[in-house]
Design a protein. Structure first.
Length: 167
């Protein structure tokens, strides 16, 4: 059994992807990007409105099959941007489709200042797992790429995750 897999979703500015890729470099973990079967189209504003409707309705878009099997891993890092105070719908689809019993889940989320209940929702869906090293990473509130969480704090979190990947 392999130690760690990072699974993430990222859409607009790639903030979540940036963190996931850096974490993969630090930990040596395998990495997998979630992709919806039907990609989001339109302007940032249009997709934000679509995302709100989807979150409000509990919609779970179909996602493409992963190239990694999470059953081959002890620990799964899950990264998501915050969409209307919770995880992106694609992440919900992924999480709802798994058996988390006996796994260690490491959730992280990116946001523009409105974290909401994203981590709690991820923890709730991953029932049966051991949830550790949760992390909230804030970027500027205008939907941009300017990191507002102290980089030293992020590096400290990544080193804790690295320790887990060695177990």
């Amino acid at each position: 059994m392999k130690n760690m897999l990072i699974v993430y979703y990222s859409w607009s500015n790639g903030n979540t992807e940036r963190i996931a890729r850096r974490l993969s470099e630090v930990t040596g973990a395998d990495i997998e990007k979630l992709e919806t079967v039907i990609p989001y189209k339109g302007t940032y504003r249009e997709v934000v409105h679509q995302g709100k409707r989807e979150v409000d309705e509990g919609y779970m878009p179909e996602i493409k099959a992963l190239s990694h099997d999470i059953n081959d891993y002890k620990s799964i890092v899950i990264g998501t941007p915050t969409w209307w105070y919770t995880m992106a719908p694609a992440v919900r689809t992924f999480m709802e489709g798994q058996n988390w019993s006996g796994k260690t889940v490491i959730p992280f989320m990116t946001n523009g200042g409105w974290p909401g209940h994203c981590i709690k929702d991820m923890r709730d869906i991953a029932a049966g797992s051991k949830t550790v090293c949760e992390m909230e990473i804030k970027f500027d509130s205008n939907g941009g790429t300017k990191l507002e969480t102290d980089e030293a704090e992020i590096e400290k979190w990544m080193m804790k995750v690295k320790e887990l990947s060695a177990i």
